[in-house]
Design a protein. Structure first.
Length: 773
C-alpha cells in the first residue's frame, strides 16, 4: 500500500538544508517566539497573553508537561515552543460556518496538516450528515442528541471508543471517564498509549508506581544526569534551564541519542544576558551516539561493569544497605549479567567498550544520579525491558528516594499524567472503580477496555462503530496511517472535541461532528462564576490554570460543558450524577475527585495554594515500594534484544521537527537540524548513503518492511522523501511524524505496553518514481 503526500507539500523536494546547529535557544529562540505570537495574535495580545503563561495566577502551558519552579517565577517562564502553542490557540484567525460552506471535506482532505492548522479557531459546532460533502452548523442540543442517539443505538457500549488527548484538564478528564464508565464501557484509549505506556508498565512493576520519582529541585542538585532517548531542546525546552543550573552546581551530564541534538550540546539561556549574547553553557560532558534500540544493551553493560567493580572492591559500588533491605531479585539480576556478551552489546549499541566504560565509571562515582528518558526509549518492541534495565542500574546504586537522585520519565503532553491519575485508562484498578460506584451510585464495568492500538484494530474489524475524541488529532497521531484512516472511515459516528482544524476532521465516519471548545488561554464563565481547572505536570505537581482571554466565539463550550451536555442527553436529568450542577461549578467536581482519586484529599484547598501540591509518591517520599509484588523494589533479569537489520536496510525512527508539537505543525522549519521549509525529509548518515548508492538530495520512497505482520501485509510505502545527509548513528535514519507514520505497522507494538514501535522500523529507500529534482 502507498501513502501519497497531500497537495501542498510539493516544495519539499527542494528544501534549504544547512549545517545542523551546535546550540539551542539564544536570540533566535526569542525572535521566533515573538514573531509567531505577533503573526497569530498581534503585538498587544501577544504581550498580554505571554505574561500569564505558566504564572501562578495565569494558565498552564498547553505544550509539554515540564514543571514550573516552586516559589519564585521569572517574568518569562516559558520557552519558544510554549509561546508557539499559545500563539496557535490565541490566534485571531477563525474557521466559521462560512469556511465550511466554502470548502468541501474532500478538498480539505487534500491539504497538509500544516495548512489545516493555520486556518484558525473553530467557532461553531458543525455536523457532517451521511453522504454530505460539507460540514454544516448545528446547535449544541442537536449535536448532543445526534451523538446520544447513535450511542444508544449500539448493540453494546463496547462498540464505542472514547479517546483522550493529554491536554484535557483534570476536571474534564474525571467527568469524561465517569460518563464513559456510566455508559458501560472501559474503552478509554489515550495518547499515553502511544508514548509513556512502556514507562508506566516498567515502573509499576519495579517500583510500584508508574510515575517518575524526582522533582525539579532534585535535578538541580544531582551530580550526574543521564538524558537517554530524549531531545529536550525541542520537546521539553525549559528542561535545558534546569540542566544548565545543575551544570553550574557541578553536575555532569551524559546525553545518549542516535542524533547529536543541538539542545543536548550547548544551551544559550534566553532568560539572561550571558545566554543571549555569550557562548552559553556546554551541556553534555559525554555524548554516546547510540544505535536505535541499543539502550537496553547499554544499561546491561553499565550494570555488568558496576557489578564487576563491586566484586573487585566490595562495598564500594553497590548500595548494599538498599539492595539488602529494600529490594528483591538482585542475585538473579547479578547472575544474569555475569554472562554478558560484549560482542552483542557492541552490535546493539554501535558503541565500543571504552565509551561505555567511561560512562559506567561516572555512574560508579556519582552520589546523586538521575536518569531521564522519553520516546526514544518507549517506542520499541523491547521498551519495557529497556526501562527495567535503567531501573536496575539506578536501584543497584541506591539512587532512588533520596535528594538529587531517581528515575525521570519526561512526559510529553501538558496533562497526560493528570488524565491518567483521573481515571483515563482502559484498565483502572478495582479500588478506583469501586470508589466511583460508591461516590456516584452508578454501576461501572470491570472488563478491561481497549487501548489505542486495540481500538483501531476493533474499528478495523467492525467491532467499534462509534469513536469520540476529547482533543488531539487521532488519525495523525496513530501509526499505520492508511489502516487507521480506513478504520476511522468505517465508523458510523466520529466526534472530535477540538479547538482547531486537523486531519481527524477530514478523515471521518458516516456521520461526523466537530465540537469546538474553549482553550487554556480563555476565560471560563459558568453559572457558578468564573472557573479554573487543574493539571498535573511530569513531576506530579497538581496546580491551577485559569485563562483570561475572551473565548474565540460565544458558541464555544468548555470541555467540562461538552461532557456534561452529552451525559445529560445520554442519561437524562434523573441520572444519579448531577451533571448540570457539575457543569456550573468546578469546585463540585473537585469535591468528588477528593473522595475518589487517591492522594487528592482536600483537593479544593490544596490546589488553591500558590504552587498547588505534590501527589504522594512512595519511592520518592519514603523509599517504600508499596504496590510491587512484595512491597520491595524489584530487580529484573531481561534477555538482551539486538535489533538486526537486513543488508541494504536502515532502522527508521519517527520524530518531531522543532516547528511542531505532537501532531500540531507550527511551521515548516527544523532550525536546529538545519532544515528549512520542508517536512518530507529523511535524515541518513553519509556513510550509509554511500553504501546504498544514494546521494544527498535524492528523492526516495520509504518502504517499511515487517515480515511478521499478522495481516500478511509485509510492506508499507510513504512516497517522495528528500534524502538529507545527516550525522545520525550508522544504520539509523529519521523522518518526521505524522508523515512517516504510514510505515509504522499497527500490529508492531511493544511487549506489555502495546505502544507502537515508531522508533525502530526496518525500511529500504527506493528512488522515487515521482522524482521531481
Ligand atoms: S517547556 Fe514545555 S511546558 Fe514549558 S513553556 Fe515550553 S512547551 Fe510549555
Amino acid at each position: 500500500m502507498t501513502r501519497k503526500p497531500p497537495v501542498d507539500d510539493v516544495n519539499d523536494d527542494n528544501p534549504d538544508v544547512r549545517e545542523p546547529k551546535r546550540w539551542a535557544a539564544g536570540i533566535p529562540g526569542v525572535a521566533v517566539s515573538l514573531n509567531r505570537g505577533v503573526q497569530q495574535m498581534g503585538a498587544a495580545r501577544t504581550a498580554r497573553t505571554l505574561r500569564l503563561l505558566n504564572q501562578r495566577e495565569g494558565f498552564d502551558c498547553p505544550g509539554c508537561a515540564w514543571p514550573e519552579p516552586q516559589g519564585h517565577r521569572k517574568l518569562a517562564e516559558f520557552c519558544e515552543n510554549g509561546a508557539k502553542a499559545v500563539a496557535e490557540e490565541a490566534t485571531r484567525r477563525r474557521v466559521g460556518p462560512e469556511f465550511f460552506a466554502e470548502h468541501s471535506v474532500a478538498e480539505l482532505a487534500g491539504r497538509t496538516d500544516h495548512w489545516l492548522g493555520q486556518q484558525g479557531r473553530i467557532t461553531h459546532p458543525v455536523l457532517l450528515r451521511p453522504g454530505a460533502t460539507h460540514y454544516e452548523p448545528v446547535d449544541w442540543a442537536t449535536a448532543f442528541e445526534v451523538i446520544a442517539g447513535k450511542l444508544r443505538g449500539l448493540s453494546t457500549p463496547d462498540e464505542a471508543a472514547f479517546y483522550t488527548s493529554g491536554r484535557t484538564s483534570n476536571e474534564a478528564a474525571f467527568l469524561y471517564q465517569l460518563m464513559v464508565r456510566s455508559f458501560g464501557t472501559n474503552n478509554l484509549p489515550d495518547c499515553s498509549n502511544m508514548c509513556h505506556e512502556s514507562s508506566g508498565a516498567a515502573l509499576a512493576e519495579t517500583t510500584g508506581i508508574g510515575k517518575g520519582s524526582v522533582t525539579l529541585a532534585d535535578l538541580t542538585i544531582a551530580d550526574l544526569i543521564v538524558v537517554v532517548g530524549q531531545n529536550p531542546g525541542t520537546n521539553h525546552p525549559r528542561m535545558l534551564s534546569a540542566l544548565e543550573e545543575a551544570k553550574g552546581a557541578g553536575a555532569k551530564i551524559v546525553a545518549v541519542n542516535p542524533l547529536p541534538e543541538a539542545g543536548l550540546l550547548r544551551f544559550k539561556n534566553p532568560q539572561n544576558a550571558r545566554g543571549l549574547l555569550g557562548r552559553g553553557t556546554e551541556l553534555a560532558d559525554e555524548f554516546l551516539q547510540i544505535r536505535l534500540g541499543g539502550d537496553q544493551a547499554l544499561f546491561q553493560a553499565i550494570g555488568h561493569l558496576l557489578l564487576a567493580w563491586e566484586d573487585e572492591a566490595p562495598g564500594t559500588v553497590v548500595d548494599r544497605d538498599f539492595v539488602d533491605t529494600r529490594s528483591e531479585g538482585f542475585a538473579e539480576y547479578a547472575e544474569h549479567l555475569r554472562g554478558l556478551d560484549w560482542a552483542r552489546v557492541e552490535r546493539a549499541t554501535g558503541l565500543d567498550r571504552a565509551e561505555i566504560e567511561g560512562v559506567a565509571r561516572m555512574f560508579a562515582e556519582s552520589e546523586r544520579t538521575i536518569v531521564c528518558w522519553a520516546m526514544g526509549i518507549t517506542q520499541h518492541k523491547h521498551s519495557v525491558p529497556t526501562i527495567r534495565e535503567i531501573a536496575n542500574v539506578v536501584l543497584l546504586r541506591g539512587m532512588i528516594g533520596k535528594p538529587g537522585a531517581g528515575l525521570c520519565p519526561v512526559r510529553g503532553h501538558s496533562n497526560v499524567q493528570g488524565d491518567r491519575t483521573m481515571g483515563i485508562w482502559e484498565k483502572m484498578p478495582e479500588k478506583f472503580l469501586a470508589a466511583l460506584e460508591e461516590e456516584f451510585g452508578v454501576d461501572v464495568p470491570r472488563e478491561p477496555g481497549l487501548d489505542t492500538v486495540g481500538a483501531i484494530r476493533a474499528m478495523r474489524g467492525g467491532k467499534v462503530r462509534a469513536f469520540f475524541a476529547v482533543g488531539g488529532n487521532f488519525v495523525a497521531a496513530a501509526p499505520d496511517t492508511e489502516v487507521t484512516e480506513a478504520a476511522m472511515r468505517s465508523c458510523e459516528l466520529t466526534v472530535q472535541v477540538s479547538t482547531k482544524l486537523n486531519r481527524s476532521h477530514v478523515v471521518h465516519g458516516e456521520t461526523a461532528l466537530i465540537l469546538p471548545v474553549r482553550g487554556r488561554t480563555e476565560r471560563d464563565l459558568q453559572a457558578g462564576g468564573e472557573q479554573f481547572v487543574t493539571v498535573e505536570d511530569s513531576m506530579s505537581v497538581v496546580h491551577r490554570s485559569r485563562g483570561r482571554l475572551e473565548p474565540a466565539s460565544d458558541q464555544l463550550l468548555s470541555e467540562v460543558g461538552v461532557v456534561c451536555g452529552l451525559a445529560l442527553a445520554l442519561f437524562g436529568p434523573e441520572h444519579p450524577v448531577p451533571w448540570a450542577e457539575l457543569a456550573g461549578d468546578y469546585d463540585l467536581i473537585r469535591e468528588h475527585i477528593a473522595r475518589v482519586v487517591p492522594g487528592c484529599e482536600d483537593y479544593n484547598a490544596r490546589v488553591r495554594l500558590p504552587d498547588g501540591f505534590v501527589l504522594p509518591n512512595a519511592p520518592r517520599d519514603s523509599r517504600e515500594f508499596t504496590g510491587t509484588r512484595d512491597d520491595k523494589a524489584v530487580f529484573t533479569a531481561n534477555p538482551l534484544t539486538v535489533l538486526e537489520v537486513p543488508e541494504g536496510r536502515l532502522l527508521l525512527q519517527t520524530l518531531r521537527s522543532h516547528d511542531q508539537y505532537n501532531t500540531t505543525i507550527y511551521g515548516l522549519d527544523d532550525r536546529y537540524r538545519g532544515i528549512k521549509d520542508a517536512r518530507r525529509v529523511v535524515l541518513v548518515n553519509p556513510d550509509d548513503l554511500t553504501g546504498l548508492g544514494l546521494a544527498d538530495g535524492a528523492i526516495v520512497d520509504l518502504v517499511g518492511e515487517w515480515p511478521d505482520d499478522p495481516t500478511g501485509r509485509v510492506e508499507r510505502r510513504a512516497e517522495r522523501f528528500r534524502v538529507v545527509s545527516y550525522p545520525t548513528a550508522r544504520g539509523c535514519a529519521a523522518a518526521y511524524f505524522p508523515e512517516a507514520n504510514a510505515v509504522v505497522p499497527l500490529d508492531s507494538t511493544a511487549d506489555q505496553s502495546n505502544t507502537p514501535t515508531s522508533k525502530s522500523i526496518v525500511v529500504r529507500l527506493e528512488v522515487s518514481a515521482h522524482n521531481h529534482v
